[in-house]
Design a protein around this ligand. Structure first.
Ligand SMILES: Nc1ncnc2c1ncn2[C@@H]1O[C@H](COP(=O)(O)OP(=O)(O)OP(=O)(O)O)[C@@H](O)[C@H]1O
Ligand SMILES: [Mg+2]
Length: 340
């Protein structure tokens, strides 16, 4: 859509392997507006990281398009214009392996500044100190340390400072807290929220922790076996989930109060494992685990349909006659609200 910072259009990334073709990402479309935190959630192996790797240019897509601020950026990272590389950055899950242990933090932070020719020599030192200050690490103490001399949370703060060095608009966060202790996770999340406000950042936040999304995401998308099953604004996502898989994930989130328990969707039982992306079953990818699967689900892969203007779901259930009235009513409510 015009005005979106990122649009991913029917993205596919297939990996040919000895066992067969891995359909890691298999027709994914979504857009992110400036200032959003778009949560991409899914179980292990659903294709979240591969989606981010295509967006950042680590892999060229098998097919489909990636648009950033109106510019098509399908090319691999090395062939992308410098302004795109600086404006679109990524923070990986494991800061241990993404930071070179042989370099000091000063050397690590100086790389993006040199590559993007930001500041004079003296200006760069001031910028590195400001970056550490931004991520709440005292510069004098940390600038000359090596990554292995600091904790996991602090390493992730350095990785974030490195990503922010070029003043990006969009930061891809691939499970930025999942390798960390719970107390450190909260600190990083609060830091991300504060920095987003202060620096006008947009986030694509990848996680398998759905409960994390409630407080941080503006919209949530659920990924399953290389495809998106549901996209909705956060409040609507948690209050009126539609896809049986989403309801299954929500019903298994641990809660702390009876009030929260009452808000949870009725327990949806599911059996089985996520199928291999090499042997994707015919029909809907979720049908082998879906408690509501009908005959059509085993034959035809459903298309993404609108539950309302901002809420999409990929499930035959939405097309069945008993659901048609519900979908129509939602669209009407939306339309009336827009006319107010
Ligand atoms: N380079 C590759 N070659 C072959 N298969 C790959 C490659 N990269 C990823 N895959 C496969 O693609 C699928 C999706 O992987 P991906 O890492 O994107 O999942 P994920 O959702 O990020 O999982 P996790 O939550 O564990 O990080 C998996 O089955 C994975 O084994
Ligand atoms: Mg991953």
């Amino acid at each position: 859509m015009p005005g979106d910072i990122l649009s991913v259009d029917n993205l596919r990334k297939h990996f040919p392997t000895k066992e067969g073709v891995v359909r890691a990402v298999d027709g994914v479309s979504f857009s992110i507006a400036p200032g959003e935190t778009f949560g991409l959630v899914g179980e292990s192996g659903s294709g979240k990281t591969t989606t981010a790797q295509c967006i950042i240019g680590m892999y060229p897509p098998t097919s489909g398009d990636i648009w950033f601020k109106g510019e098509r950026i399908n090319a691999a990272f090395d062939r992308r214009p410098k302004h795109v590389k600086g404006d679109l950055r990524i923070v990986f899950q494991d800061p241990g392996s993404s930071l070179n242990p042989k370099r000091t933090i000063k050397q690590i932070l100086s790389v993006p500044l040199q590559v993007h020719r930001i500041g004079s020599r003296r200006g760069r030192l001031a910028r590195m100190k400001a970056l550490l200050d931004m991520v709440e690490l005292p510069a004098d103490e940390y600038l000359y340390k090596h990554p292995q001399a600091i904790g996991g949370g602090e390493r992730q703060m350095v990785a974030l400072a490195r990503a922010l060095a070029t003043n990006p608009s969009l930061v891809l966060l691939d499970e930025p807290t999942s390798a960390l202790d719970v107390s450190v996770q909260a600190k990083i999340i609060n830091l991300l929220i504060r920095l987003q406000k202060e620096l006008d950042l947009t986030y694509l936040f990848i996680t398998h922790d759905l409960s994390l999304m409630r407080n941080i995401a503006t919209r949530v998308a659920i990924m399953y076996l290389g495809k998106l099953c549901e996209i909705a604004p956060t409040a609507e996502f948690f209050e009126s989930p539609v896809h049986p898989y989403t309801r299954m994930l929500l019903s298994s989130i641990p809660v702390v109060s009876d009030e929260e328990e009452a808000l949870k969707p009725r327990k949806v039982l599911s059996t089985g494992e996520i199928p291999s992306p090499v042997n994707v079953p015919p029909g809907c990818g979720f049908q082998s685990r879906c408690p509501e699967a009908a005959d059509v689900c085993r034959r035809v892969d459903p298309e993404m349909v609108e539950v309302s203007r901002s809420h999409q779901v990929r499930c035959h259930r939405e097309r069945r006659p008993d659901r048609a009235g519900h979908a129509e009513a939602s669209v009407l409510h939306e339309r009336e609200e827009r006319l107010c």
